[in-house]
Design a protein around this ligand. Structure first.
Ligand code: SF4
Length: 375
């Protein structure tokens, strides 16, 4: 495809805003985060405002996602300041505006602020209700108050996600089932479910905590898929499940390899044929040195991203859309024959996808799409 054809796709309609502050630091967390400090947050909001003013925000933005960190750790004045930034953004009719909340921050006042500023989807980081793992994770939940808080959330929002984590050391399938049961009893329309990965530079890593075996991890993964499917959840992305009509539009931006603006400490974005990452240094960020890395996205690397991100979707990559976007047949660009013959990929109808029994090893399939020679 000619360069000008790529440029025509520059416009983005999704915005991610990162709030890196938390009242408590979880032992497994390797996100870009730090302890909440009122003065620091005020300065951070100044920089956030300055950073976003560098960009021309198009009209008809489809999705905004405020994540963290813990965006709900901000006090009400700070939330009002944060929303004064997003209030100016022109949103499309069917927009999705997500705000991440930690359970301990849920109260009616917060929910009203969110509602008043056009938030229409909330994502609650619960992770587990099993007290056996609270110490390990350095976080906790009080089930009774959690139920009341979720009911309160439902009074204001119908589109709710809950984050669930599994594969804790010594966790059993019965433990996992109890967590799932609880989430299902709350009738939550969307769940993001990730296994615990012990990353470097986390308390768990420093404490030499061991991952559970791949065998149990995989057993748990397929248990979750079957358990939720039997209860009418659609498995639509490797780690995401929802009731009909509740797919995350914002996250689909990433999996569809679409452009988006990323703002805030450690945020990443994809605009003007560049993928960029912001600095994770708060001092540099407050000094106005926002972007750390920029990668020019050639047509070739865009096609690789299209596969690596798109195959995370259970439906897979649409071959016709691929051709419309890149003017080359997917099968002519990537040699997928061997992966199809070995049943790591399915080539059926308009789609190429990873079959369910191979989803657990999806990373080893996706790497096959990296490293083609660039143009
Ligand atoms: S997991 Fe969430 S709440 Fe916990 S430290 Fe990380 S960003 Fe903060």
């Amino acid at each position: 495809m000619k360069r000008d054809a790529v440029n025509r796709m520059n416009n983005y309609s999704s915005i991610y805003i990162h709030i890196p502050f938390c009242h408590n630091i979880c032992s497994y967390c390797d996100f870009c985060k730090m302890f909440y400090n009122e003065e620091l947050v005020d300065k951070y909001l100044d920089s956030l405002e300055d950073e976003i003013s560098n960009y021309e925000i198009p009209d008809n933005i489809k999705t905004i996602y405020i994540g963290g960190g813990t965006p709900s750790s901000l006090n009400n004045n700070q939330l009002e300041r944060l929303f004064s930034i997003t209030d100016n953004i022109n949103l499309s009719n069917n927009y999705e505006f997500t705000f991440e909340i930690n359970p301990e921050d849920i109260n009616e006042e917060l929910l009203i602020i969110l509602k008043n500023h056009r938030v229409n989807r909330i994502s609650i980081g619960i992770e587990t209700i099993n007290s056996k793992f609270y110490k390990l994770l350095n976080r906790s939940n009080d089930i009774t108050s959690l139920k009341n808080k979720i009911d309160l959330c439902k009074k204001y929002f119908t589109n709710i996600n809950i984050d669930l984590m599994y594969a804790f050391p010594n966790e059993t399938i019965e433990d996992l089932e109890k967590d799932l049961e609880f989430f299902i009893s709350l009738d939550i329309p969307h769940m993001s479910i990730y296994s615990l990965i012990i990353e470097e530079n986390t308390v768990l890593y420093n404490n030499k905590t061991k991952n559970i075996s791949e065998e149990i991890d995989s057993e748990m993964y397929y248990f979750i898929i079957n358990y939720l499917k039997e209860r009418n959840y659609i498995h639509y992305e490797i780690s995401n499940f929802c009731k009909e009509g509740y797919q995350s539009i914002h996250n689909s931006t990433y999996w569809n390899n679409d452009k988006y603006l990323g703002i805030g400490l450690g945020a990443s974005g994809y605009i003007d044929n560049f993928r960029y990452s912001n600095t994770r240094s708060i001092n540099k960020y407050l000094d106005g040195n926002y972007i750390l890395d920029k990668e020019y996205i050639t047509k070739n690397s865009s096609m690789e991203y299209e596969m690596i991100l798109g195959l995370r979707k259970i439906e897979g990559v649409n071959k016709k859309s691929f051709f419309d976007k890149y003017h080359i047949q997917l099968e002519d660009k990537f040699d997928i024959m061997e992966m199809v013959n070995n049943k790591f990929l399915v080539n059926k109808g308009d789609y190429i996808y990873i079959p369910e029994d191979k989803l657990y090893i999806s990373n080893s399939i996706l790497v096959n799409f990296i490293g083609e020679d660039d143009e």
